[in-house]
Design a protein around this ligand. Sequence first.
Ligand code: 5AD
Ligand code: SF4
Length: 443
Amino acid sequence: MKYHMQTFGCQMNVSDSDWLDRSLNSLGFEKTFIEGEADFFIINTCSVREKPEQKVYSLLGRLNAFHEKKSSVFACVGGCVAQQVGKGFFERFPFVRLVFGPDGLAMVPRALQRLEHELRLKISLLDFEDYYPERGENWPDKMPPQAFVNIMQGCDNFCAYCVVPFTRGRQKSRPSEDVIKECRQLISLGVKEITLLGQNVNSYGLDKQGLEINFVRLLREINRLTGLKRLRFTTSHPKDMSPEAVKAFGELETLCPHLHLPLQSGSNKILMEMGRKYTRERYLELVTGLRDACSEITLTTDLIVGFPGETDTDFQETLDIMNMVGFDSSFSFKYSDRPGVRAELMAPKISEEIKSLRLDILQKLQEEWTLKKLSQRVGTTDQVLIEGPSKRQRPDVWSWKGRDSGGRIVNIEFKTREDFTGRIFKVIFTRSKKHSLEGKVVI
Ligand code: 5AD
Ligand code: SF4
């Protein structure tokens, strides 16, 4: 059977979909990129903000046409929207035959084998587990140079705006033995850079009542693995960033000088309402500590505008702190009500118009900082890991896309037609663009 898969949302969803691909391919299911060829569709959904959820409904509406043409065609909905809407999908879209939440993913390949033969069957995999459900692996012979490794699932923080604790459940750390084993395996398959993934990686192990190592110990263990060139992690919570974790940036050779540290707001009042459990002063202290540990560290963040009760003064405080930190880049969002979260009941709500206005101002400020930060790189050198060919090519030169240690995109031109994927070069940056750099290999 052929399947077509679409993935929305965070890196965790992307990594879940990659696992599903490998697993389905090993069972003989064949992936297609052409919708009209598919015997079934898989949609891996995200419900963190309103828009992605709407996208799923309109996508299912559109895919239903394929089922109307050929009645055996069906759809599977997974991820966070599936966890929340659950069997509601069976009623709203009768051609949906499988719904699965994040904890149900491991059982999806077997479920699909059953759906293939039992044509009237519908399956829902929506239970939460209180442990990290380990998944069988089917690695290909060679992996791309960059890979993600899950170290935990779920979150216990219940920030007032966030649906994640409801869709991914409580925090469940994956046993460190399994994490390290997977890292070793990936390195043996050609992986050079590993990004550890979790909703709140800094609190890794804390759900295991002293029976598991903590996050920094885990970093140290992985840093020691022979053959690993780069280590990254995401996402961090400022309240859980320990002094040891800050110091790790100056100490661990493979740990890349980049931290994504979601700030969300620069106003203490809003941070308190959000339940973030840190102040702007504490955040700034962390930034100073990080820059002391590693002067060239790249800092990126997430910001929300228009949280209930956000005044012009609160918003101005967010802009001020952006100027104080000077983020290399940021993801910014208009606050959107999610079903069941605390902020849904908070007032006063901010109008769409004001939210759009604030988002626009904030994004323009970020663009200025991004430009400035990128242009400061010109003339400096760094190691660049080549990920694959660049999108744009010119005649007689071959352009490759890679990332510097801070995670910025770098395009490099070569005169020879070799495959440079996975190679690491020392590069001098020659030009900065809006969101990327150009560079030359230094010999
Ligand atoms: N509205 C807007 N943005 C949100 N985020 C999470 N929940 C919401 C919401 N209800 C943003 C946060 C988080 C990122 C992944 O998505 O900034 O860090
Ligand atoms: Fe959501 Fe807060 Fe948990 Fe992040 S830390 S996943 S924002 S509840």
